[in-house]
Design a protein around this ligand. Structure first.
Ligand code: GDP
Length: 300
C-alpha cells in the first residue's frame, strides 16, 4: 500500500540523479531526488513521491515497468527511457550514420519488445537515395522508414505527427542528424526550452545533456535523449541477443544442437541461412560482434 502522504507521478526529466516528476493529480512538476543508494530511474518511470515543501519531493518507490530501453558497457548502464510504446531512430545522409549503432539500437528494442521506426531526415539532400538503400536490411525486417525534412515543419506535422499521436515515443539519434530540429518542429514546449536556454547562455546552440519528456500538442509524449557514440549491450544474455534478431528464429529451429551459438557449430541452421542468403551476412556479423563483446566483458 502506498504511504497516504505519497503522491503518484511520472518522471519527465532526468539529469544525473536529479529528476522532475509530473504529479498525476495536479500536473504540477516537482524537483525530486532519491535517498541513499537508490538510482536507476528513467524518464517515463511511474513513481511515488513524498512531497517536501512546495516544489520538491523524495522518490520513495518506482512502480513496475512495462519496459526499459537502455544500453550498457562494462562500467555502467545508461537508461534512455521506461514505459515507451515505440522507438524513433533519426538518421540522415549527412553526417554518415553508423550501421553498427543502428543495428544495436534495433537489437535493444527487439529484445525489450519495443517497436521501432526510422526517420530518414534531410530528405532534401542529394545523398538521400543512397542512404535509403543502406536501410534495406532494417526495412526488410519490417522497420518502417519515413524520409522527410525536419526543416519543413508542415511536412513533419503532416507525415510524422500522426504516427506519434497518443503514444509514448523515444527519439534517438547520433548528433548532427537533426534531432533537435525535428523535436522543435513537433513540440512547441521544446522550442520554448531551446530559446530560453539559448538566451540564458547568450549562445545560439542548445546541447542536451539530460533526458526530457515533452507532451505533444496532438496527444502523445516524445522523450528526447542525448546523442550517443557507443551502444553496448552488456545487459543482454545470449538468449536476449537472439531475441533481438527475430529473423533468425526459423533458422534456429533447424539447428542440430539445442545450445547452438550459431557461430561455428556443425548443423547450424543460422549459418546455413547466412550461406544461402536468407539471413543477411551483416546481421550475422553484428550478432557475433555483440556476443564476443559480452563474452570478453564477462571474463573480467
Ligand atoms: P542534432 O545534433 O541531431 O540535434 O541535430 P540538429 O537539429 O542540431 O541539426 C544538425 C544540422 O542539420 C543543423 O545545421 C540543422 O539545420 C541541419 N538540419 C536539420 N534538419 C535538416 C534537414 O531536414 N535538411 C537539411 N538540409 N539540414 C537539416
Amino acid at each position: 500500500m502506498p504511504d497516504i502522504k505519497t503522491l503518484s507521478g511520472r518522471v519527465v526529466a532526468a539529469h544525473g540523479r536529479h529528476y522532475r516528476v509530473a504529479l498525476d493529480a495536479t500536473g504540477q512538476t516537482r524537483h525530486c531526488y532519491t535517498r541513499g543508494k537508490k538510482t536507476g530511474l528513467a524518464v517515463g518511470d511511474r513513481v511515488l513521491v513524498l512531497p517536501e515543501g512546495q516544489q520538491e519531493g523524495v522518490i520513495t518507490q518506482t512502480l513496475p515497468r512495462r519496459n526499459l530501453f537502455y544500453r550498457s558497457d562494462a562500467q555502467r548502464s545508461k537508461l534512455f527511457a521506461a514505459n515507451i510504446d515505440q522507438l524513433l531512430l533519426i538518421l540522415a545522409a549527412e553526417p554518415v550514420f553508423s550501421d553498427d549503432l543502428l543495428g544495436r539500437a534495433l537489437v535493444a528494442a527487439g529484445s525489450a519488445g519495443i517497436d521501432a521506426r526510422i526517420v530518414l531526415n534531410k530528405a532534401d539532400l542529394p545523398g538521400t537515395a543512397a542512404a535509403r538503400q543502406r536501410l534495406a536490411i532494417p526495412e526488410a525486417l519490417g522497420v518502417p522508414v519515413l524520409a522527410l525534412s525536419a526543416l519543413d515543419a508542415a511536412q513533419v506535422q503532416r507525415q510524422l505527427a500522426p504516427l506519434l499521436r497518443n503514444r509514448c515515443t523515444l527519439l534517438l539519434g547520433q548528433s548532427g542528424m537533426g534531432k533537435s530540429t525535428l523535436l522543435n518542429a513537433l513540440a512547441p514546449e521544446a522550442r520554448a526550452a531551446t530559446q530560453s536556454h539559448s538566451e540564458a547562455l547568450g549562445a545560439g546552440r542548445h546541447t542536451t545533456t539530460d533526458t526530457r519528456l515533452y507532451v505533444l500538442p496532438g496527444g502523445g509524449d516524445l522523450i528526447d535523449s542525448p546523442g550517443f557514440q557507443a551502444f553496448g549491450l552488456q545487459h543482454l544474455s545470449p538468449h536476449d541477443i537472439e531475441q533481438g534478431f527475430p529473423e533468425f528464429a526459423p533458422a534456429i529451429a533447424q539447428c542440430r544442437f539445442y545450445n547452438c551459438t550459431h557461430r561455428h557449430e556443425p548443423g547450424c541452421g543460422v549459418l546455413a541461412a547466412v550461406a544461402d542468403g536468407r539471413i543477411a551476412a551483416e546481421r550475422h556479423a553484428l550478432y557475433q560482434r555483440i556476443l564476443a563483446e559480452n563474452e570478453a566483458a564477462s571474463r573480467y
